[in-house]
Design a binder for this molecule. Structure first.
Ligand code: ADP
Ligand code: ZN
Ligand code: ZN
Length: 751
């Protein structure tokens, strides 16, 4: 057994190692030994080379991570590598990051490498194969040209190439009825050079960097930029803490400009919802150099091109969502994480990494600045800023005239609701529309109603597979579980008592949309949620209409709340703010405060001041009042104090073992054994680690499987990691663990 992350790779090329240690895409946290090919690759055997190897009855593509001379197995029992797929190793910075990630998140290195590669590279596609041939005339040489006397076509071809400063691609030459043989003959004679260009050829170096001038910065922006700029050659983490609309993006743009002007690359991570054509357009408008975007809409080929462009250094600016953190960079210059508090930076399944946290590690490794931007920073980042680990840069002023709107709490209790809205909210909507402005109604629930209820017997539409209610949808009509995606037709009569008095309970986006359409028949109502925007272009089309500014109503979930610039919205109504107030998850309050502030930030971005109405059953809730009256920063201070008192992150580190099985007993037996083993082990080896559970997960039954969890916590990273390593090793060796699905989540975002 090999500790997959323990040793640093031997980076010296090794021409004749006896054994190659290969990481393969399996969940097993170990490496596999193979014999090298008799002929080593031209670069010598090195970590980072992809190889094709036999594995069981299959073949797999793996990555060499060590070249060594002895194995636990005798060399004659080792199978040989079938082929080496690379002429040179995959980028070192990429391999380093993957090794770190696998070790930190206690994940299989082979699977980590696999996930961090574009699909085509996983499949063994060559890296250098995607090139365009170009033929360029070399400086004239009388001697060489003399040899063309008896080859008039070659002379013509040379003359043609000389007219093209940057040479011609093969296609263009063939199109003029010249042949490849003629081209190669000219190469042989030393008159023409054959060049290979990647498909995403960058028109860099063509003079000016900017396509439009940068904005003159205000004092705070200038100061923030200057602080980062002070030390572009060192690890230099900064938190850019600025209210929505305070010009953070402008700071990113100018920082990127400075970095690219020094011929370095900038990597910008944005939340999943934030990588809109609008965001990209803003960056592409500013720069003349290519801006490469990495998002889920790319084809495999486009993704590989982008990866190569970043790895080779041709792409100076790379913008991507979470997984873009694994993009190799030839000349890293800065990493920026926009909306650093956003939950989408954490991958919630498989390799459970946090892209923001990896960004910190990566910037440190490269010794470059790191900029984390947010209007509502995560408590983790605020904590680091307070301790001086990060520079705390503040932008308090909005570029537009108006300060961000205050939250006005309005009491839901004892008031009639229509589509979830109470009379004062409806009145405010009416006034805003009459003034010719737009209104955003935020409701964190898609579908028509959270569930269907029988008024005769109290029956509720429960999911058969989960401890959850099924959501009622009207477009199209069905009951759907948002946890397991199970669907059923809407019953005509109560399945329990036969009564026909079935009524929707509560409101979702569809119902609010319907109500508003009835209340304001002359005003267009746009609903924006996952159901209404399955087609991205439909979404952009609708936003385009909204940006033209006619009065309209926007009803949406957080899809709408995040990132979109909606200059004509002057009223925001939050249908229900109570979801996160009394949730069991310790981060729920933080996340719902961030979301409320973000939603509120949609109001009054342009020339008109905004108003934000927040409907709640808990107008007296101290946290909600603090948020409304004193703002996010004060609440965040308070929440940090509570976290400290409760010994929760960021004051302590957590890891969560999740167990699930169709059989409750199987999961709880394994959980119990694991906990007993772990308690025994930590007592001797990691006394600071405490172990809680196993306890049922918040939704114990989901998709007909029982979910349990075991929580580890420690103020010491090293001890927590040692305990996690012990736990995963024990589970991998345990025969019972084969019948129970388990996963370990280091730094879980939700419990
Ligand atoms: P944030 O990213 O903090 O939400 P943006 O960078 O998107 O803020 O800026 C909000 C608006 O203010 C944008 O329309 C932007 O063009 C404008 N803006 C930003 N900085 C300046 C500046 N220094 N001068 C004038 N307008 C600015
Ligand atoms: Zn009934
Ligand atoms: Zn379900």
């Amino acid at each position: 057994r090999v500790d997959a992350g323990g040793k640093l790779p031997d980076s010296i090329p090794h021409h004749s190692p006896r054994i190659l240690r290969v990481a393969l895409p399996t969940p097993l946290r170990r490496l596999f030994d193979y014999r090298p090919l008799r002929e080593p690759p031209a670069c010598g055997w090195q970590p980072g080379l992809r190889v094709r190897v036999p594995f069981g009855r299959r073949q797999m593509v793996g990555v060499v991570v060590e070249c060594i001379d002895s194995s636990d197995l005798p060399p004659d029992r080792l199978k040989p590598v079938e082929a080496c797929l690379d002429a040179t190793p995959l980028p070192e910075d990429w391999l380093w990051l993957c090794r770190f990630t696998a070790r930190y998140y206690q994940h299989s290195l082979g699977d980590t490498l696999h996930q961090a590669l574009p699909v085509l590279l996983r499949q063994g596609r060559p890296l250098a194969g995607r090139m365009r041939e170009r033929w360029q005339a070399l400086p004239p040489s009388a001697e060489a040209e003399a040899r063309l006397a008896r080859a008039p076509r070659q002379a013509e071809l040379l003359a043609m190439l000389r007219q093209h400063h940057h040479g011609l691609p093969t296609q263009a030459v063939l199109a003029q009825s010249f042949s490849r043989e003629q081209l190669l003959a000219l190469v042989d004679k030393g008159l023409v050079e054959r060049l290979l260009d990647p498909l995403t050829a960058a028109e860099t170096g063509a003079g000016r960097l900017l396509a439009e001038p940068a904005l003159p910065l205000n004092r705070e922006q200038a100061q923030a930029l200057a602080t980062v700029h002070e030390r572009l050659e060192a690890f230099h983490p900064c938190l850019l803490h600025g209210v929505t609309g305070s010009g953070k993006t402008e700071v990113y743009l100018q920082l990127i400009e400075a970095v690219v002007a020094r011929d370095r690359q900038a990597l910008l991570l944005v939340p999943e919802i934030g990588l809109t054509p609008q965001t990209l357009a803003r960056f592409r408008q500013r720069f003349r150099v290519p801006v490469v975007a990495l998002h889920s809409g790319l084809t495999d080929h486009e993704r590989l091109d982008a990866w190569e462009a970043a790895a080779s250094g041709r792409a100076p600016i790379i913008i991507g969502t979470r997984s873009a953190i694994f993009t190799p960079l030839a000349r890293p210059g800065v990493i920026i994480v926009d909306e650093e508090h956003d939950g989408s930076f954490k991958q919630q399944e498989g390799l459970r990494y946090h892209a923001r946290d990896l960004a910190v590690t990566r910037a440190k490794h490269h010794a470059i600045p790191l900029l984390l931007g947010s209007a509502t920073p995560s408590l983790e980042s605020l904590y680091h800023a307070e301790r001086g680990n990060y520079r705390h840069l503040r932008l308090t002023r909005r570029a537009s005239r108006h300060a961000p709107a205050r939250l006005e709490l309005i009491d839901l209790r004892g008031r009639p609701r229509q589509g979830g809205l109470i009379p004062p909210a409806i009145e405010a909507i009416r006034e805003t529309l009459a003034a010719g402005h737009q209104v955003l109604i935020f409701i964190n629930r898609r579908g028509f109603a959270p569930t269907l209820a029988c008024h005769a017997c109290g029956w509720l539409a429960d999911c058969d597979h989960c401890d959850a209610r099924m959501t009622l949808h009207r477009q199209p009509p069905m009951l759907a579980c948002h946890h397991c995606d199970k669907r059923r037709p809407v019953p005509d009569a109560c399945p329990s008592c036969g009564s026909a008095d079935l009524r929707p309970l509560g409101s979702g986006t569809e119902r609010t949309e319907e109500t508003l359409a009835a209340l304001f028949p002359k005003v267009p109502v746009h609903r924006i949620d996952r159901d209404s925007t399955r087609r991205r272009d439909a979404f952009e089309h609708m936003l385009g209409q909204v940006r033209r500014g006619e009065p309209c109503l926007l009803v949406g979930t957080q899809m709408l709340a995040k990132g979109h610039h909606l200059p004509h919205v002057t009223l925001v109504v939050v249908v229900n703010a109570d979801g996160g107030l009394y949730a069991s998850d310790f981060r729920a309050l933080e996340h719902s405060a961030q979301l409320l502030i973000q939603v509120a930030g949609r109001a009054g971005r342009a020339s008109h001041p905004g108003r934000v109405l927040v409907q709640t059953l808990h107008t007296d809730d101290p946290h909600l009042r603090m948020l409304a009256q004193q703002g996010y920063d004060t609440l965040a201070e308070q929440l940090l104090a509570e976290r400290r008192a409760a010994a929760l992150p960021p004051y302590r580190f957590l890891a969560l073992l999740r167990l699930e099985s169709p059989k409750e007993e199987a999961a709880s037996a394994l959980g119990g054994e694991a906990a007993a083993m772990l308690r025994h082990w930590v007592a001797a080896h990691a006394p600071d680690v405490s172990c809680l559970g196993p306890v049922p997960a918040p939704m114990e039954r989901r998709q007909n499987r029982y979910h349990l969890q075991l929580m580890l916590s420690s103020a010491r990273r090293s001890q927590l990691h040692a305990a996690c390593a012990q736990l995963t090793a024990w589970l991998e060796a345990s025969p019972e663990a084969r019948r129970v699905r388990w996963s370990l989540d280091v730094d879980p975002q939700t419990l």
